[in-house]
Design a protein around this ligand. Structure first.
Ligand SMILES: Cc1cc2nc3c(=O)[nH]c(=O)nc-3n(C[C@H](O)[C@H](O)[C@H](O)COP(=O)(O)OP(=O)(O)OC[C@H]3O[C@@H](n4cnc5c(N)ncnc54)[C@H](O)[C@@H]3O)c2cc1C
Ligand code: SF4
Length: 470
């Protein structure tokens, strides 16, 4: 059987690059039922299923694929949802190449691509949501096992909340912004992750009985002491939303943005639909984005869609070290993003009105590997050159959200300024307080934040159960 399976993944419909780089509609259109079953048939149903170990929440991958293959979509979504509360999100944004698909037996066979696990997960979630009766209504518990406060409604907070609600707790999520979802709402653009899908999956979590209170900044609107008095346990999932800056001359020129501001205006505030929505956005003709992670890809592709004539990515390492998802990189190349590898900005040059007009860069070469295992970029003396640009977006990484941390001094932080938490349980230095996601690991991935939420839900349940017995 193995030798007969098609070498390549079943092709999936996508908007054409020259059309999609002018709109914010989703790029990947998804499988039809027939295509999904064809792809499901590429799965070998390996008894050792290495793909499962590659998934941070250990979804029963062969199980949901087998149910799909048998055209039993109800069973397929039931399996998925028992491991993952946000399958339509994960199917779209997980870096599957380094997780489940990276371990798939088919992908390890000569000249074969792995099973398209992410695309199948997304298909099942979307199919179930758009066909009434496919998914069994979720059971709402009494919520009488205890009261839990979750701070932050990103993927980590949403996961811990859903799992604890399923276990019978009354859960309230406090979220600083006006919409739940964290980066899923304010960071990742519509063309990769439509906001209706995030809203749909958040609504399903609310239907489990989870109460989401938006516009509440814990540490300001409400104190941590007030929460501690009222709740049996707390989970902190406040993420890493504070941008880092290059801090080079010219940073304060008009037209220099952090990717966080740029993407929040576009995604959360709908600036791409200005003036229908009243938040504006300024777009240059020649845009330079600094960095080559998912954030940089999202910013450069958004600038193109908003009318930039040239959108360029400047990255101090080479293509090989780029941290972005492979699929998004390919999409960016197809859409016409220009890449300047081994290049680092050293100054933003302004005009007489204080607007950025060019970026002075230096060429880099790769030296010995650094602590991250990637080869360290070293500037090449005398290689300075200038790229004309009337807009610059810095996407060089984020660090921990600080408001809560400064309002909660008993909480032990690690050397990098993130919360110190047990990797197995999320327990922090304060009894009854748990933490997970980017606020513990630093900027990572959606599924790792969810995995942390899952582990903490289990640990919080055990903590409260043992406390009640004592
Ligand atoms: C532009 C962008 C693109 C990305 N693309 C991908 C991708 O393709 N695939 C992938 O796997 N990962 C991607 N990531 C990373 C991923 O989104 C994060 O790792 C993930 O969202 C972390 O989840 P979290 O729940 O820990 O935090 P977040 O998603 O950051 O959520 C934290 C929430 O807490 C709230 N909050 C903060 N402080 C307070 C407070 N004091 N009181 C109340 N609420 C508070 C915030 O408003 C926010 O809603 C991307 C990140 C960005 C920025
Ligand atoms: S490793 Fe690949 S082929 Fe094997 S069960 Fe998982 S998805 Fe199927």
């Amino acid at each position: 059987m193995a030798l007969n399976i098609p070498k390549n993944k079943t092709p999936i419909a996508e908007q054409k690059p020259e059309v999609r780089n002018h709109n914010f509609k989703e790029v990947v259109l998804g499988y039809t039922l027939e295509e999904a079953i064809t792809e499901a048939n590429r799965c070998l149903q390996c008894p050792t299923h290495p793909c499962v170990a590659g998934c941070p929440v250990n979804i029963d991958i062969p199980g949901f694929i087998l149910a799909l293959r048998n055209n039993d979509l109800s069973e397929s979504i039931k399996i998925l949802k028992s491991y993952n509360n946000l399958p339509a999100v994960c199917g779209r944004v997980c870096p599957q190449e380094s997780q489940c698909e990276g371990k798939c037996t088919v992908g390890l066979m000569k000249d074969h691509e792995p099973v398209a696990i992410g695309k199948l997960e997304r298909f099942v979630a979307d199919w179930a949501a758009s066909h009434e009766g496919v998914e069994e209504p979720q059971k709402k518990n009494e919520g009488d096992k205890g009261k839990i406060a979750v701070i932050g409604a990103g993927p980590s907070g949403l996961t811990v909340a859903a799992d604890l609600a399923k276990k019978g707790y009354k859960v309230t999520i406090f979220e600083a912004l006006h919409a739940p979802g964290g980066v899923l709402m304010y960071g990742i653009p519509e063309f990769r992750l439509p906001k209706t899908i995030v809203e749909r999956e958040v609504k399903a979590i609310e239907e489990l009985g989870v109460n989401v209170e938006t516009d509440v900044v814990v540490g300001k609107t409400i104190t941590i002491e007030e929460i501690r008095k009222e709740y049996d346990a707390i989970y902190i999932g406040t993420g890493a939303g504070t941008p880092r800056f290059m801090n080079i001359p010219g940073t304060n020129l008009n037209g220099v943005y952090s990717a966080s501001e740029f993407l929040t205006r576009i995604n959360l505030m709908h600036a791409y639909e200005f003036p229908k929505y009243d938040t504006p956005i300024r777009i240059g003709k020649r845009v330079v984005v600094v960095g080559a992670g998912n954030v940089a890809m999202d910013a450069s592709r958004s600038a193109l869609r908003l009318g930039a004539e040239k959108s360029m990515i400047v990255y101090r390492r080479s293509e090989k070290e780029m941290p972005a998802r492979i699929e998004e990189y390919h999409h960016a190349v197809e859409e016409g993003i220009e890449f300047h590898w081994l290049t680092n900005p050293i100054e933003y040059i302004g005009d007489e009105n204080g607007n950025v007009k060019a970026v002075k860069c230096v060429k880099m070469e790769l030296g010995e590997p650094d602590a991250s295992g990637r080869r360290r970029p070293v500037p090449i003396e005398g290689s300075e050159f200038v790229i004309e640009a009337d807009m610059v977006i810095e996407a060089i990484g984020q660090t921990s959200n600080k408001v809560l941390l400064s309002a909660f001094p008993e909480l032990k932080l690690n050397k990098r300024g993130y919360i110190e938490a047990d990797p197995e349980t999320g327990a922090t230095s304060v009894e009854g307080v748990y933490a997970g996601g980017d606020i513990v690991t630093g900027a990572a991935t959606v599924i790792l934040a969810m995995g942390a939420g899952k582990k903490s839900a289990k640990a919080i349940d055990e903590y409260i159960t043992s406390k009640k017995k004592a």
